[in-house]
Design a binder for this molecule. Structure first.
Ligand SMILES: [Zn+2]
Length: 385
C-alpha cells in the first residue's frame, strides 16, 4: 500500500491491489482513516486470477475514427439484485463485492470489463486482417478504464451527496486526471457519469466512470478544431468568448457563481442540456485552484438538484432525470493552450415518459434536431432553483 505524495490534506489516499491484480484506491475523507488512526489493510479474498487485458481497436477508414472492439464486455454484470451489488462494501450482501472493505467514503478501481487496459494480449485483429491491409488498421486498445464509487450508500445519487463528499469527488477526479494523463499510451482523459436505466446503466449503485483513451476522440477533436481556428483568427480562447457572449445575452444562463457559470448552450442538441464552465481559463481539472474546487462542489450539486426537479409527474412529484454528465478536458499532449475545461450534462428525456432517440438524422449523418428551445429549458431551470 502506498500513500500518494500529492493528496490534499483533506483526504487520505490508499492504493491497494485486488485479487486479479487490478488497482483499487480508497479516498477517505472521514475518521478513523483520514488522520491515519486506522489504515486500509483489507485483502480481497475472491479467486479472481486473470487480470483483464486490452482488446483491440479498429480504424474506421471512412471517418478516421477508432472503434474499440470489446466483445468480452457482453458478459458484464447486468442489473444484479441489490444484495449482489459489486459496488457496495463487502459484508452486507450475499457475495463479496469489488470493494473488500466493509465501508468506504469514495473508491476508485480499474474496471473488470474494460474497453481499454494497460496491458494487451490481443491477437484477434490479425486474424480479422490476415493480409495486413493498411485500410484495415488496428491497434491494441491500450489505456485504462476506471469506476468511481461516490458513496457506499446503494440508494444515494450524486445529487444527494453532502457538499463535503462532492468536494472529495472533485479531488478524486483531479487525482485521476493527473495520474492517467501521465500514462504513456493516454491521449485523453474523459470523466463521466451515466445515470438512469434509460441511459443504459447496468449498475444502480451511484458511480461514475473514467476512460483514458489512447487517441483523441471524435468530439474532442471537433472541439479542438473549432478552438484552434478561433484562436488563430482572434488570438483569444473560444470557450472564454462564448462564455462572455452567453453572459451578455443572459437568456440561457442558469447559475452565475463567483468561479463557475452554468448555461444552456445556444445550439443545444439534447432536450435538456447544460454546460458548466469555469469563469477563468483553465485547460483541465488539475489546473483548478482551491476556491474553484470548493465552489464547483456547491454549484454542481445545485445544478443536479434542479435537473431532478425539471419534470414532474401528473401528481406533481419530481421525476428523477436520466442524464449523462461528462468533463471535456484538454487533450493530454495537444491543443492545451486553446482548450478550455467544461462539463456537459445532457438528458434524452424530452417529456415525462418520452425519450428522444438518436434516429435517422442524428445517427445517420450527425445532423441534430432539437424539439425544445434552449431559452425555455434555461427558464425552467431558473424557476426550479
Ligand atoms: Zn450497491
Amino acid at each position: 500500500m502506498t500513500v500518494h505524495p500529492e493528496t490534499p490534506a483533506r483526504l487520505r489516499r490508499t492504493s491497494t491491489t485486488l485479487a486479479d491484480g487490478r488497482e483499487l484506491i480508497y479516498f477517505d475523507d472521514s475518521e478513523p482513516y483520514l488522520s491515519g488512526a486506522a489504515t486500509r489493510e483489507v485483502v480481497d479474498r475472491r479467486p479472481l486470477v486473470v487480470r483483464p487485458t486490452a482488446g483491440t481497436m479498429r480504424l474506421d477508414a471512412l471517418t478516421g475514427d477508432w472503434v474499440s472492439i470489446a466483445d468480452h464486455r457482453q458478459n458484464r454484470t447486468f442489473m444484479p439484485p441489490a444484495d449482489e451489488c459489486p459496488l457496495c462494501p463487502t459484508g452486507g450482501g450475499t457475495m463479496p463485492s469489488e470493494i473488500p472493505a466493509t465501508e468506504y467514503d469514495v473508491v476508485v478501481f480499474e474496471n473488470r470489463f474494460p474497453s481499454f487496459a494497460t496491458t494487451s494480449s490481443a491477437t484477434g485483429a490479425s486474424a480479422a486482417n490476415p493480409a495486413e491491409n493498411p485500410l484495415l488498421a488496428h491497434a491494441p486498445a491500450l489505456g485504462r478504464c476506471e469506476v468511481v464509487c461516490f458513496t457506499s450508500d446503494h440508494g444515494a445519487s450524486f445529487s444527494s451527496l453532502s457538499t463535503s463528499r462532492a468536494r472529495t469527488v472533485v479531488d478524486v477526479w483531479t487525482d485521476r486526471t493527473r495520474e492517467l494523463s501521465a500514462l504513456d499510451a493516454v491521449e485523453q482523459v474523459f470523466i463521466f457519469e451515466n445515470r438512469g436505466e434509460e441511459i443504459g446503466v447496468t449498475l444502480r449503485h451511484p458511480h461514475g466512470q473514467i476512460y483514458a483513451y489512447p487517441f483523441v476522440p471524435a468530439r474532442t477533436a471537433s472541439l479542438l478544431r473549432a478552438a484552434t481556428e478561433h484562436h488563430q483568427r482572434t488570438g483569444r480562447l473560444l470557450g472564454a468568448d462564448l462564455l462572455a457572449a452567453e453572459l451578455e445575452s443572459g437568456s440561457r444562463v442558469v447559475i452565475k457563481g463567483a468561479h463557475w457559470t452554468a448555461y444552456v448552450p445556444y445550439a443545444a442538441r439534447w432536450p435538456v442540456e447544460v454546460h458548466l464552465v469555469p469563469n477563468r481559463d483553465v485547460p483541465d481539472l488539475v489546473a483548478l485552484d482551491d476556491d474553484e474546487r470548493d465552489e464547483l462542489a456547491v454549484v454542481y450539486l445545485d445544478l443536479l438538484r434542479r435537473l431532478d426537479r425539471y419534470y414532474e409527474k401528473a401528481d406533481g412529484s419530481p421525476i428523477v432525470l436520466p442524464y449523462i454528465a461528462g468533463w471535456h478536458q484538454a487533450p493530454v499532449r495537444q491543443g492545451r493552450d486553446v482548450s478550455r475545461l467544461h462539463l456537459q450534462v445532457m438528458s434524452i428525456l424530452r417529456a415525462p415518459g418520452r425519450l428522444k432517440y438518436l434516429a435517422g438524422s442524428e445517427s445517420g449523418v450527425g445532423a441534430w434536431i432539437n424539439d425544445v428551445s434552449p431559452e425555455a429549458v434555461a427558464a425552467r431551470l431558473r424557476e426550479v432553483g
